[in-house]
Design a binder for this molecule. Structure first.
Ligand code: HEC
Length: 202
Protein backbone atom coordinates (compact mmCIF):
# COMPACT_ATOMS: atom_id res chain seq x y z
CA UNK A 1 0.00 0.00 0.00
CA UNK A 2 2.74 2.40 1.03
CA UNK A 3 4.74 1.74 -2.15
CA UNK A 4 1.63 2.32 -4.28
CA UNK A 5 1.10 5.73 -2.67
CA UNK A 6 4.78 6.56 -3.15
CA UNK A 7 4.60 5.55 -6.83
CA UNK A 8 1.47 7.70 -7.41
CA UNK A 9 3.06 10.72 -5.72
CA UNK A 10 6.31 10.30 -7.66
CA UNK A 11 4.48 9.87 -10.98
CA UNK A 12 2.34 12.99 -10.38
CA UNK A 13 5.46 14.98 -9.45
CA UNK A 14 7.19 13.91 -12.67
CA UNK A 15 4.06 14.71 -14.74
CA UNK A 16 3.73 18.10 -13.03
CA UNK A 17 7.38 18.91 -13.67
CA UNK A 18 7.00 17.89 -17.34
CA UNK A 19 3.99 20.22 -17.77
CA UNK A 20 5.90 23.07 -16.09
CA UNK A 21 9.00 22.49 -18.22
CA UNK A 22 6.89 22.36 -21.43
CA UNK A 23 5.41 25.75 -20.60
CA UNK A 24 8.68 27.24 -19.33
CA UNK A 25 10.64 26.33 -22.46
CA UNK A 26 7.96 27.99 -24.60
CA UNK A 27 6.58 24.84 -26.18
CA UNK A 28 2.95 25.89 -25.60
CA UNK A 29 1.82 27.91 -28.62
CA UNK A 30 -0.51 30.64 -27.37
CA UNK A 31 -1.25 31.83 -30.93
CA UNK A 32 -4.97 32.18 -31.58
CA UNK A 33 -4.47 30.55 -35.00
CA UNK A 34 -3.19 27.31 -33.43
CA UNK A 35 -6.18 25.30 -32.07
CA UNK A 36 -5.97 23.38 -28.77
CA UNK A 37 -5.30 19.64 -28.81
CA UNK A 38 -8.68 17.83 -28.69
CA UNK A 39 -8.13 16.67 -25.08
CA UNK A 40 -7.27 20.20 -23.92
CA UNK A 41 -10.24 21.59 -25.83
CA UNK A 42 -12.60 19.03 -24.24
CA UNK A 43 -11.24 19.78 -20.77
CA UNK A 44 -11.64 23.55 -21.19
CA UNK A 45 -15.17 23.18 -22.61
CA UNK A 46 -16.17 20.98 -19.66
CA UNK A 47 -14.64 23.42 -17.16
CA UNK A 48 -16.45 26.38 -18.77
CA UNK A 49 -19.83 24.65 -18.97
CA UNK A 50 -19.74 23.36 -15.40
CA UNK A 51 -18.45 26.67 -14.05
CA UNK A 52 -21.33 28.58 -15.64
CA UNK A 53 -23.99 25.97 -14.81
CA UNK A 54 -23.07 25.94 -11.13
CA UNK A 55 -22.93 29.72 -10.86
CA UNK A 56 -26.19 30.32 -12.77
CA UNK A 57 -28.22 27.79 -10.76
CA UNK A 58 -29.94 30.24 -8.42
CA UNK A 59 -30.45 33.13 -10.84
CA UNK A 60 -34.13 34.04 -11.17
CA UNK A 61 -35.21 34.67 -14.76
CA UNK A 62 -37.72 37.51 -15.35
CA UNK A 63 -40.48 37.37 -18.00
CA UNK A 64 -38.46 37.24 -21.22
CA UNK A 65 -41.56 37.75 -23.37
CA UNK A 66 -41.84 41.33 -22.10
CA UNK A 67 -41.77 43.37 -25.29
CA UNK A 68 -40.16 46.46 -23.72
CA UNK A 69 -37.31 44.26 -22.48
CA UNK A 70 -36.79 42.70 -25.93
CA UNK A 71 -36.79 46.09 -27.67
CA UNK A 72 -34.37 47.55 -25.12
CA UNK A 73 -32.02 44.61 -25.74
CA UNK A 74 -32.04 44.97 -29.53
CA UNK A 75 -30.10 48.24 -29.69
CA UNK A 76 -27.57 47.10 -27.14
CA UNK A 77 -27.02 43.78 -28.91
CA UNK A 78 -26.48 45.51 -32.23
CA UNK A 79 -24.03 47.98 -30.71
CA UNK A 80 -22.06 45.71 -28.41
CA UNK A 81 -22.39 42.09 -29.50
CA UNK A 82 -23.08 41.88 -33.21
CA UNK A 83 -19.45 42.33 -34.30
CA UNK A 84 -18.55 39.04 -32.64
CA UNK A 85 -21.86 37.14 -32.46
CA UNK A 86 -23.38 38.12 -35.84
CA UNK A 87 -26.93 39.01 -36.86
CA UNK A 88 -29.50 37.69 -39.35
CA UNK A 89 -27.95 38.30 -42.79
CA UNK A 90 -24.48 38.90 -41.33
CA UNK A 91 -22.66 35.60 -41.82
CA UNK A 92 -19.23 36.64 -40.62
CA UNK A 93 -17.17 39.58 -39.46
CA UNK A 94 -13.43 39.98 -39.03
CA UNK A 95 -13.79 39.46 -35.29
CA UNK A 96 -16.03 36.41 -35.62
CA UNK A 97 -13.49 34.77 -37.91
CA UNK A 98 -10.32 35.70 -36.10
CA UNK A 99 -11.07 35.05 -32.45
CA UNK A 100 -10.14 31.78 -30.79
CA UNK A 101 -12.18 30.34 -29.24
CA UNK A 102 -14.62 31.50 -31.92
CA UNK A 103 -17.63 33.47 -30.68
CA UNK A 104 -20.71 31.28 -31.16
CA UNK A 105 -23.22 32.45 -33.79
CA UNK A 106 -25.99 33.60 -31.45
CA UNK A 107 -28.46 33.95 -34.34
CA UNK A 108 -28.47 30.13 -34.28
CA UNK A 109 -28.09 29.35 -30.59
CA UNK A 110 -29.91 32.27 -28.89
CA UNK A 111 -29.78 31.71 -25.12
CA UNK A 112 -28.76 28.10 -25.65
CA UNK A 113 -31.77 26.78 -23.73
CA UNK A 114 -30.54 28.32 -20.47
CA UNK A 115 -31.35 32.05 -20.04
CA UNK A 116 -29.84 32.13 -16.53
CA UNK A 117 -26.52 30.82 -17.90
CA UNK A 118 -26.64 33.36 -20.75
CA UNK A 119 -27.25 36.13 -18.20
CA UNK A 120 -24.32 34.96 -16.05
CA UNK A 121 -22.02 34.73 -19.09
CA UNK A 122 -22.93 38.20 -20.36
CA UNK A 123 -22.51 39.74 -16.90
CA UNK A 124 -19.21 38.07 -15.98
CA UNK A 125 -17.63 37.27 -19.35
CA UNK A 126 -15.34 34.29 -19.94
CA UNK A 127 -11.67 34.47 -18.96
CA UNK A 128 -9.00 34.28 -21.67
CA UNK A 129 -11.53 34.42 -24.52
CA UNK A 130 -12.77 37.56 -26.26
CA UNK A 131 -15.99 37.50 -24.20
CA UNK A 132 -16.08 40.65 -22.03
CA UNK A 133 -17.67 41.00 -18.56
CA UNK A 134 -20.44 43.43 -19.50
CA UNK A 135 -21.54 43.68 -15.87
CA UNK A 136 -18.62 46.06 -15.33
CA UNK A 137 -20.52 48.77 -17.20
CA UNK A 138 -24.08 47.51 -17.58
CA UNK A 139 -26.72 47.02 -14.84
CA UNK A 140 -28.71 43.80 -14.56
CA UNK A 141 -31.96 45.07 -16.18
CA UNK A 142 -30.04 45.96 -19.39
CA UNK A 143 -28.43 42.54 -19.43
CA UNK A 144 -31.87 40.91 -19.06
CA UNK A 145 -33.00 43.00 -22.03
CA UNK A 146 -30.24 41.45 -24.11
CA UNK A 147 -31.14 37.96 -22.84
CA UNK A 148 -34.81 38.55 -23.79
CA UNK A 149 -33.67 39.73 -27.22
CA UNK A 150 -31.38 36.70 -27.65
CA UNK A 151 -34.31 34.44 -26.79
CA UNK A 152 -36.09 35.76 -29.92
CA UNK A 153 -33.04 36.11 -32.17
CA UNK A 154 -32.96 32.60 -33.76
CA UNK A 155 -36.49 33.15 -35.16
CA UNK A 156 -35.71 36.60 -36.62
CA UNK A 157 -34.97 37.53 -40.24
CA UNK A 158 -32.77 40.44 -41.27
CA UNK A 159 -35.75 42.77 -41.71
CA UNK A 160 -37.24 42.00 -38.31
CA UNK A 161 -33.81 42.42 -36.75
CA UNK A 162 -33.30 45.84 -38.35
CA UNK A 163 -36.82 46.90 -37.35
CA UNK A 164 -36.29 45.99 -33.71
CA UNK A 165 -32.90 47.71 -33.59
CA UNK A 166 -34.42 50.87 -35.10
CA UNK A 167 -37.36 50.86 -32.66
CA UNK A 168 -34.91 50.43 -29.83
CA UNK A 169 -33.53 53.90 -30.52
CA UNK A 170 -30.11 52.46 -31.25
CA UNK A 171 -27.69 51.87 -28.45
CA UNK A 172 -29.55 52.58 -25.21
CA UNK A 173 -27.91 55.20 -23.09
CA UNK A 174 -27.16 53.59 -19.81
CA UNK A 175 -26.86 50.38 -21.71
CA UNK A 176 -23.22 49.89 -21.14
CA UNK A 177 -20.90 52.21 -22.99
CA UNK A 178 -18.52 54.08 -20.75
CA UNK A 179 -17.34 56.68 -23.27
CA UNK A 180 -19.56 59.56 -24.32
CA UNK A 181 -20.47 59.10 -27.96
CA UNK A 182 -22.74 60.51 -30.61
CA UNK A 183 -25.68 58.66 -32.08
CA UNK A 184 -23.62 57.09 -34.82
CA UNK A 185 -21.68 55.32 -32.10
CA UNK A 186 -18.62 57.51 -32.67
CA UNK A 187 -16.71 59.14 -29.83
CA UNK A 188 -18.28 62.46 -28.89
CA UNK A 189 -16.90 65.47 -30.74
CA UNK A 190 -14.72 67.78 -28.65
CA UNK A 191 -17.28 70.55 -29.08
CA UNK A 192 -19.65 68.79 -26.69
CA UNK A 193 -20.10 70.72 -23.49
CA UNK A 194 -19.78 68.96 -20.19
CA UNK A 195 -23.56 68.83 -19.96
CA UNK A 196 -23.85 67.24 -23.40
CA UNK A 197 -21.27 64.67 -22.52
CA UNK A 198 -23.14 63.87 -19.34
CA UNK A 199 -26.41 63.48 -21.17
CA UNK A 200 -24.70 61.04 -23.47
CA UNK A 201 -23.40 59.00 -20.62
CA UNK A 202 -25.55 56.71 -18.54
C1 HEC B 1 -14.89 40.64 -28.89
C2 HEC B 1 -15.83 39.61 -29.16
C3 HEC B 1 -17.06 39.46 -28.31
C4 HEC B 1 -17.99 40.41 -28.02
C5 HEC B 1 -17.99 41.87 -28.42
C6 HEC B 1 -19.03 39.73 -27.29
N1 HEC B 1 -18.73 38.41 -27.14
FE1 HEC B 1 -19.90 36.96 -26.32
N2 HEC B 1 -18.46 35.58 -26.61
C7 HEC B 1 -17.28 35.81 -27.27
C8 HEC B 1 -16.53 34.57 -27.32
C9 HEC B 1 -15.17 34.39 -27.95
C10 HEC B 1 -17.31 33.59 -26.69
C11 HEC B 1 -16.99 32.11 -26.55
C12 HEC B 1 -16.05 31.86 -25.40
C13 HEC B 1 -15.75 30.38 -25.24
O1 HEC B 1 -15.94 29.59 -26.16
O2 HEC B 1 -15.30 30.02 -24.15
C14 HEC B 1 -18.53 34.26 -26.25
C15 HEC B 1 -19.57 33.63 -25.59
C16 HEC B 1 -20.79 34.21 -25.36
C17 HEC B 1 -21.95 33.51 -24.82
C18 HEC B 1 -22.01 32.03 -24.44
C19 HEC B 1 -22.57 31.29 -25.60
C20 HEC B 1 -22.47 29.80 -25.50
O3 HEC B 1 -23.14 29.14 -26.29
O4 HEC B 1 -21.73 29.30 -24.66
C21 HEC B 1 -22.97 34.42 -24.76
C22 HEC B 1 -24.40 34.17 -24.30
C23 HEC B 1 -22.45 35.67 -25.23
N3 HEC B 1 -21.12 35.51 -25.58
C24 HEC B 1 -23.19 36.84 -25.32
C25 HEC B 1 -22.64 38.06 -25.69
C26 HEC B 1 -23.40 39.31 -25.65
C27 HEC B 1 -24.86 39.43 -25.29
C28 HEC B 1 -22.54 40.30 -26.04
C29 HEC B 1 -22.81 41.79 -26.11
C30 HEC B 1 -23.31 42.42 -24.93
C31 HEC B 1 -21.27 39.68 -26.35
N4 HEC B 1 -21.37 38.33 -26.10
C32 HEC B 1 -20.17 40.35 -26.85
C33 HEC B 1 -16.85 37.00 -27.81
C34 HEC B 1 -17.53 38.20 -27.74
Amino acid sequence: MKTTIKTVVATSAVAGAAVLATAYFGLVNVGADDPHFPAVHAFLAMARERSIEVRARDIEVPNLKDEALIIAGAGNYNAMCMGCHLAPGVERTELSQALYPAPPDLTRTGVGGNPAAAFWTIKHGIKATGMPAWGKSMDDPYIWGIVAFLDQLPRMNAEQYAGLVASSGGHQHGGGESQPHDHAGQPAAKTHTHKDAKAHRH
